[in-house]
Design a protein. Sequence first.
Length: 170
Amino acid sequence: MDKRKLSNTFRVYHRYLGFFLAGIMAVYAISGVVLIFRKTDFLKKETVIEKQLPPATTTAELGKALNIKNLKVEKTEGSLVYFENGTFDQSTGMAQYTVKKLPLVLDKMTGLHKATTNSPLYFLNIFFGVSLLFFVISAFWMFMPGTDIFKKGLYFTAGGIILTLIMLML
């Protein structure tokens, strides 16, 4: 296969894969920006949750039962256990606590970034990652080597790599 035909083949694949992934890229872009603010209350709304647990639930089991990581008991008064943003009545087994969550659509979108091998979404993440890697490689076949635009593209590539390395070192 000659260079021109190879270049045109990469351009076609690059173009149609780009169109196919446009929606997925938009979702990742929006959710990626939202995730930057995950340690804040930006866009989150409070929801009060009441959950019935077995009255025999111990304070050591409470975090796991409520699915709250690193739950720390602040104080206990009689049968009432206080923890950050909630209480648990050991005599009745009733837990009441407040969580701050993103709206449903944003919560689902940010779940893409957090998908692990336990989620079926990880196949999408792998496909998307490999597709982005293809975009990186195929970009160098978009213009013929030796042209001014290709040379300028190499300078921009070097600039992007240098900026990324600088940001990683901060």
